[in-house]
Design a protein around this ligand. Structure first.
Ligand code: CO
Length: 506
């Protein structure tokens, strides 16, 4: 065992780098499984992945061998560490202590039950029969409540779960943010629906050669600042971002033959995630200082490029002529305004992932209210279909025809992901507040964007957010970047201003 504080820090970094190399290999195998793996290799690949996962777990739980973490915690408590080492040690301790709180038998039980629940969910969804999912989901909810107890909480058991995905966030804070947001969205939606002015997304549909789409999306991802020399764009059923290391970030998108903008919005989304990962510093690879802050902050980067930039008038000024030139019809027959408005059509729909900017967060709020109540024990699993349908009617004004298009649409609960959904909406709220700060800091940002100059914004995000890794908590970062704590009014003001103009609201 080394003796000095600096030796302890180097030892910790060395152990973390071993875990990081193994994790990179694992991520690479996962990416390849999605994109390239020959069919018959599935069984062997599962063995490789399971072995590596076990090894990573073993190395993670062994971090405190010889009392390394205990010694570093003492140094931390005595205020003896530099700011970077302080962030490094406290984040490692945070994760390590959480792992310690969950008994091995519990972790195994949860993973066993979620595997069963996932199968049951698939069957329930296929046969449109919620009752097939009731029992397995009851088991999951019970285990999630147990998990909350193991992890510990002061007010709501849901706080403990939320903290896994968005460290520091609480029900008390979310209730305020989401309550204000919900009322404002419901009333904006009603005004939009009453408007006599209509816009129609279907005017943007056509027939678009897939090879051409792929080439164009690759160009676009690079154009906004996703570095194609330290990353790739490929095709997958479920778009995602997989990081091998900051110099090797792999994003995926999906293509529809009749809708080129579908791929474009998902490419911009993943490019936003990808640029965050590319902006982390290689020198901190494998440590908390080289890791993103939270799911909410990650999602703020994707939503910023997908929506705040990608669906803005400024971007459309740059982008629409490119779209016309590359694909011709239907864009060649539409005016700038017609196409911009059609791309921003607001229409309540049943499926979350198809939702527009105004209704998307209502889908999330429905899920938040339900999962919080399940974990707090104020509702029961068997009543979910009717609770779900009532909320969809109340907030979105539409009737749910069946559970497949309702309560059974998302994979999350079958995987035991309770506390995860709110991070999608937090991402939207963060993104709007961050974008206002960017416009304040960067001279004529929107004018620059309309000329295709995205580098100012990308550099600003890199310096203000990406390169710091986990040095600051989400709460501290938002205060540092925007000057105040998270506030839903930036997002609602953004929507109000934008959709007032599009829908000619008074
Ligand atoms: Co995302």
């Amino acid at each position: 065992m080394p003796n000095t504080k600096n030796e302890h820090i180097s030892k910790l970094k060395h152990l973390l780098s071993e875990i990081a190399h193994l994790t990179s290999a694992l991520e690479m195998l996962q990416w390849d499984k999605e994109i390239n793996m020959p069919k018959k290799s599935a069984e062997m690949r599962a063995q490789h992945i399971s072995y590596l996962s076990g090894l990573i777990h073993h190395k993670t739980v062994s971090l405190n061998q010889g009392g390394l973490l205990t010694r570093l915690e003492r140094a931390l408590d005595k205020g003896k560490l530099s700011p970077n080492d302080k962030a490094l040690v406290s984040e490692v301790l945070r994760d390590f202590k959480r792992e310690q709180k969950l008994p091995q038998a519990f972790v195994e039980e949860l993973s066993h039950e979620t595997a069963l629940a996932y199968g049951a969910w698939q069957q329930a969804r296929e046969s449109n029969d919620f009752s097939k999912f009731t029992k397995p989901l009851e088991r999951i909810v019970e285990l999630e409540r147990k998990q909350a107890k193991f992890l510990g909480y002061t007010n709501s058991p849901y706080d403990a779960l939320l903290d896994i995905y968005e460290p520091g966030m609480t029900v008390a804070e979310l209730d305020i943010l989401f309550f204000e947001l919900r009322d404002s969205l419901v009333s904006l939606l009603k005004r939009i629906q009453k408007s006599k002015y209509k816009v129609d997304y279907s005017t943007l549909k056509g027939s678009f050669d897939l090879q051409r789409q792929m080439k164009f999306n690759k160009w676009l991802s690079g154009r906004v600042g996703f570095d194609l020399e330290t990353g790739r764009l490929d095709t997958a059923t479920h778009p995602s971002t997989i990081t091998i290391n900051p110099a090797d970030v792999r994003i995926t998108t999906r293509y529809q033959e009749d809708d080129v903008l579908n791929a474009i919005s998902s490419t911009l989304h993943e490019a936003g995630h990808g640029m965050y990962e590319q902006g982390l510093l290689l020198e901190h690879f494998g440590t908390p200082l080289g890791t993103s802050i939270s799911l909410g902050i990650h999602e703020s980067q994707s939503k910023l490029w997908e929506n705040l930039v990608g669906r803005s008038k400024a971007f459309w000024k740059y982008f629409f002529p490119k779209l016309q030139k590359e694909f011709g019809k239907p864009f060649s027959k539409l005016s700038f305004t017609e196409s911009y408005e059609a791309y921003n059509m607001v229409k309540p729909s049943l499926i979350r992932v198809d939702a527009d900017e105004v209704t998307y967060n209502l889908h999330i709020i429905i899920r938040y209210e339900i999962e919080k109540a399940l974990i707090e024990g104020s509702i029961e699993v068997k009543d979910l279909p009717s609770i779900w349908n009532d909320k969809v009617k109340e907030y979105l004004g539409i009737k749910v025809p069946n559970n497949r298009l309702g309560v059974l649409q998302d994979i999350h609960w079958s995987h035991g992901l309770f506390g995860y959904f709110p991070t999608y909406t937090l991402g939207n709220l963060y993104s709007a507040q961050i974008y206002v700060a960017a416009k304040r800091d960067i001279l004529d940002l929107e004018k620059e964007i309309s000329k295709g100059h995205f580098e100012h914004l990308r550099e600003w995000l890199r310096k203000r957010i990406h390169m710091h890794g986990k040095k600051y908590s989400a709460e501290k970062l938002i205060k540092k970047v925007t000057g105040e704590k998270l506030n839903s009014s930036y997002f609602t003001d953004y929507l109000e201003e934008k959709y007032k103009e599009i829908y000619r609201l008074s």
